[in-house]
Write a protein that binds this ligand. Structure first.
Ligand code: NDP
Length: 334
């Protein structure tokens, strides 16, 4: 039986317009019933452009609606904390954008309050939903390349002019909390582990200002002495995104797979040569919202839980601290 799920959008954002309205409506019974914007005109325009019947500037107004079961929060990063807490206390399930919050303490509190309220908290880390990364996870789990030794992630591109706002101007922007945090979540998903320490150097000044980073080279050490290198950035046009996982018996190569789009290839290179793994691509956000919807109806868990969001944030903040202090930072995921 299909359960109807009424959604409220908290944030008249680009990601909601581009991906999430569609991902909600793709779910059987999924309806977007209201949108909240801090600006009445922007909310009205967003509602009209996306066929949403109701818009409001009041969080309490949106949260008091009985026809809203779940909210999707995609406001500026500094608002996620208080909006999630308010939504949970109003009994609404929460799919929150990354970073969950700006501190590990706040993110952990979000998990605690959602658990206490009996609502599901998901973190919208989309990449672990990609057919490419699911295939890579399966290959690692099956021992296809033997014990892991090292990995490289390339996830640097050129930030489109339309996105050169808070990402490069606000202290809660920067490439680490915007993009590298997705790489971190993906690595946690692929390895089923958290790294134990982090080291990073960052760049600033090409697109971002005031010390906000627009490029990063980072190293994470995972248990078992597995080293991972990450390159992220906003300033390098034409750079393809990819990942390579090096094991004792071979290499897994993911090409064009650090993307919101359902694209990319995965191959294994070993003593038998290079073989492409057959993939069936699907929309990453459709899968994420499908799993989340099932979870709020009592079946399974979100692709990335609130706890995953806390962990990825803790690791991302360790990279920031390393870049600021020049030291390797030990990681303790709560
Ligand atoms: P936007 O800049 O589009 O929206 C963020 C907020 O900015 C909105 O809530 C809105 O406030 C305000 N805003 C939007 N347009 C304008 C405008 N023209 N003038 C002034 N303010 C405006 O952000 P994104 O969609 O890029 O990102 C939103 C969140 O989603 C972030 O947390 C980001 O990290 C995350 N994100 C996640 C992605 C993923 O794949 N998981 C992809 C992209 C972003 P109001 O609601 O009050 O109108």
């Amino acid at each position: 039986m299909t359960h109807p799920t009424g959604w409220g959008l908290i944030g008249a954002s680009n990601v909601a317009r581009e991906w999430i309205v569609d991902a909600i409506r793709t779910q059987p019974g999924g309806e977007v019933r209201a949108v909240l914007s801090s600006d009445a005109g922007r909310g009205a325009a967003f509602a009209q452009a996306n066929g949403i019947a109701y818009h409001t500037t009041s969080l309490q107004d949106l949260l008091s609606r009985p026809d809203i079961d779940a909210v999707y929060i995609s406001t500026g990063n500094r608002l996620h904390f208080e909006q999630t807490i308010a939504a949970a206390r109003a009994g609404k399930h929460v799919m929150c954008e990354k970073p969950l919050a700006l501190s590990v303490e706040h993110a952990s509190e979000m998990v605690r309050v959602c658990n206490h309220a009996g609502v599901v908290l998901g973190t919208n880390h989309h990449l672990r939903n990609a057919a490419t990364h699911m295939a890579i996870h399966g290959l690692i789990e099956d021992g296809r390349i033997g014990g892991l030794i090292a990995a490289r992630v390339f996830h640097a591109n050129f930030l489109a002019a339309a996105l050169q706002g808070w990402r490069v101007k606000d202290q809660d922007g920067g490439v680490i909390l915007d993009s590298t945090i997705h790489d971190i979540d993906t690595l946690r998903f692929l390895f089923d582990e958290n790294p134990v320490s982090a080291f990073a150097m960052t760049q600033s000044g090409r697109l971002a200002r005031d010390g906000i980073e627009d490029g990063i080279m980072a190293v994470l050490r995972f248990p078992g002495d597995v080293l991972v290198q990450i390159h992220g950035g906003y300033t390098t046009p034409f750079s393809p995104g990819g990942i390579e996982i090096m094991g004792e018996r071979g290499v897994i190569i993911g090409r064009d797979c650090m993307s919101q789009q359902p694209i990319g290839t995965v191959s294994v290179r070993d003593a038998d040569g290079e073989h492409e793994i057959p993939l069936k691509h699907h929309n990453l956000y459709h899968r994420a919202f499908g799993l989340f919807t099932s979870a709020i109806h009592g079946d399974g868990r979100p692709a990335a839980t609130g706890e995953d969001g806390v962990a990825s944030l803790a690791i991302a903040l360790a990279l920031r601290e390393s870049a600021r202090t020049g030291r390797e930072i030990g990681i303790n995921v709560p």
